[in-house]
Every structure is written in C-alpha cells, then in structure tokens.
Design a protein around this ligand. Structure first.
Ligand SMILES: [Zn+2]
Length: 229
C-alpha cells in the first residue's frame, strides 16, 4: 500500500513539473536560436528561418515587457541621424553619447555576428528570443563573441568610429527577417522608452504597429544613465 502511495506521489510530481516546465516555456516568446548557417555567421543581414507562423505572420507584443526584459542601447544617447533621412538608405539610427561609452543589448538573445563588416566597422548582431535582430556598429571594440548568449542590458560593445564613420557614435538597426525597420517604431528615442506596442509583420515585409497600454509602469529603462546625469 505504501509503495503504491509513493508511486502515485512520484507520478503526480512528475506531471506537475512537466506542466510547470511547459508554462515556463509558454511564458516567454521563445524563438529558437538554432545553429547558425554560414550566411548567418558572415552577413549582418539575412532572413530568419522559421520566423513566420502558419498564416505567414510574425507577431511580438512589446507591451508585455518589464524593465528587466529590455534596455535602451545607449543610455543618455541622442539621435544625430534618423532612419531613412536625407540619406534615404540609412537603415538604422545614429546615436551619440560620449567617447568610449558602453553599448547594451536591447533584449536577451544570442550573438549571431561579432566582427568587422565593411563600412559598419566592428559590428555586433544579436538574434533575440522574440525573433527580432538588432545591430550595433562602428564599435571601438566588441565585448561579446559569436555564439554568446546575452541578456537584456548586458554590455556588448564600446562606442567608436570604426568603418565609415565621421564621429564616435553607434549605428543601431532593428531588423525583422533581415529587413530594417525604423527603431523609433519600437523605442521612443526621445525619452528612451520601449513603446508598448504589438508588432505584426507579414512575410512580404509589411509592418503593422498596434499601440497598447503598458502592462506595468516599469516599462522605462531601469538603470540610471551614467555620466550624462
Ligand atoms: Zn548610421
């Protein structure tokens, strides 16, 4: 009888841990960061395999993010050149702070690229668990290597002017399936906040942004800005 009771208890415990494990997995936007192909290792921009669901859509809900889930890339930074802009083909934004400032990962994920790349100079590309990719370039030096797992707010590079750059700054891009989108759609760059939006992108590249209310009032970047304060 005792043995039967113990067996029953073990069964119940394993079922509940299985359920808890599943719940944990479902609670994050778990995009698989599988082994990267040669193209992914060697190019800053390439499509993301398995990004779209069966109806051909990519969806990310940034309104669910709390302060520990994201970071502004350069705390205290000012945008000195917008997306598109007069240069038309500017695929990101240029953010300037001060010499040798630290650049932070905006979301958690895995480093897909970390080395010099033509005019980008020293570049870091992170593929995030939410399926987006972010790029940080012209770095004096990169602090992370290919394949590293990084968390939101982790230092990943030191600002510089390597590659085609006339001043020390960070060229920052947000890409979805390899296409660049205006980072200002996701980040309010004037007050360094993550926008509480749902992002929907079709496989053709069309993007729809739905404004939502932030789930928590902790959506502002958690860490105080360094020397600029
Ligand atoms: Zn730029």
């Amino acid at each position: 009888m005792m043995r039967l009771f113990l067996l029953l208890l073990i069964c119940m415990l394993s079922v509940s841990s299985l359920v808890a494990g599943n719940r944990e997995k479902m609670s994050e936007e778990s995009f698989t960061l599988s082994n990267f192909t040669d193209e992914e290792r060697n190019s800053v921009s390439c499509p993301t395999r398995g990004l779209f669901d069966s109806s051909g859509l990519y969806v990310a809900d940034l309104s669910r993010y709390t302060s520990k889930d994201w970071s502004y890339p350069l705390r205290g930074g000012k945008v000195i050149s917008p997306f598109g802009g007069s240069r038309k083909n500017h695929q990101g934004i240029d953010i300037k702070t001060y010499e040798s400032d630290t650049i932070y990962a905006v979301f958690s994920g895995r480093v897909r690229f970390s080395k010099p790349f033509f005019g980008y100079g020293n570049a870091v590309v992170i593929r995030h668990y939410n399926g987006m990719e972010t790029l940080y370039s012209h770095n004096r030096n990169n602090l992370v290597n290919y394949g590293d797992y990084v968390h939101a707010g982790q230092p990943i590079a030191i600002i510089g002017r390597t590659g085609r750059a006339t001043t020390e700054h960070c060229h920052f891009e947000v890409r979805i399936n390899g296409r660049p989108y205006n980072p200002d759609l996701f980040f309010d760059c004037s007050c360094h906040r993550l926008r509480p939006v749902k992002v929907i992108v079709s496989s053709s590249g069309k993007i729809k942004i739905i404004r939502l209310s932030p789930k928590q009032d902790t959506i502002q970047s958690p860490q105080k800005i360094g020397r600029d304060n």
